[in-house]
Design a protein around this ligand. Structure first.
Ligand code: ATP
Length: 250
């Protein structure tokens, strides 16, 4: 279980300081899928990076099971079983896909072919390829996700895994998250704006303006989103009909 308690993050950009996360408190349990969603710039990736230790926090605590990891660095957190698939993954010139997967797996026994299949890649085309500039954005993203799947993690964080992934592989990816959820005790945290990913969630966490807006079931969340749509259509209809919103009272 991962707990964030009153976490604050302040970052400096263009000579001024901005409060990016404000008193974030979350309890993320084992064997659950959490989807973090919300408006652009709300602080979702910053939450992921503060869990991984990429961004230091300015206040609060982060606890993994019974261990306070607030002052632990990225490597220590990775050793404790936290993994993060970046929104924009890095290329590793000189490193082959199979070497990256072996490095990620460590002492775990994993089937690289299966893992690549799970992210929609054909092993025989990719295992011996170097992770260099010849990789497309989508291929790179899938290799990154594969390296997370190769690790046996307590907490796996995926930042917009759908970005750059084609529809066919996206379908397999959602199945892979479901399989991961059924097979392992991992806490899965996915940052996403995609309805199909939201539907995987045990809980949807809405992050707005650096705070937790609400935590709901995906059914509840999607119902509210649908309501937003109908508001919008209603307004458009009113405008089209020339009533300027008078009839619907908005
Ligand atoms: N290093 C930084 N210095 C200053 N401000 C930053 C820094 N990194 C991020 N920010 C700001 O923090 C806010 C939150 O960024 P974050 O990337 O966490 O948002 P997000 O919710 O993941 O957005 P998106 O949905 O667009 O990916 C944004 O306003 C962003 O401009």
């Amino acid at each position: 279980m991962l707990k964030m308690m009153n976490v604050n993050v302040t970052l400096t950009g263009n000579n001024d300081k901005a409060e990016i996360l404000k008193e974030i408190s979350l309890t993320l349990e084992n064997n659950k899928i959490y989807v973090i969603t919300g408006p652009n710039g709300g602080g979702k990736s910053t939450i992921a990076k503060s869990i991984m230790g990429i961004i230091p926090i300015n206040g609060g605590q982060i606890i993994l099971d019974d261990t306070d990891i607030t002052d632990k660095n990225i490597t220590e957190r990775a050793q404790l079983g936290i993994g993060y698939a970046f929104q924009t993954p890095a290329r590793f010139k000189g490193l082959k896909v199979k070497e990256m997967l072996d490095l990620a797996a460590g002492e775990n026994k994993v089937d690289n072919c299966q893992i690549l299949y799970d992210v929609g890649l054909c092993a025989q085309d990719y295992l011996d390829r170097e992770i260099d500039s010849t990789f497309s954005g989508g291929e790179l993203k899938r290799i990154e996700i594969a390296s997370i799947l190769a690790r046996k993690l307590k907490v796996a964080v995926f930042d917009e895994p759908e970005a750059g992934i084609d529809l066919w592989s996206f379908h397999r990816l959602t199945e892979t998250f479901e399989k991961m959820h059924q097979k392992y005790d991992t806490t899965i945290v996915i940052i996403s704006h995609q309805e199909r990913i939201l539907k995987l969630a045990d809980e949807v966490i809405l992050i707005e303006d650096g705070t937790v807006g609400k935590i709901t079931s995906h059914e509840e969340f999607l119902k509210e989103i649908a309501h937003l749509d109908s508001d919008c259509n209603c307004r458009n209809d009113c405008i089209k009909g020339g009533t300027q919103g008078a009839e619907c009272g908005r």
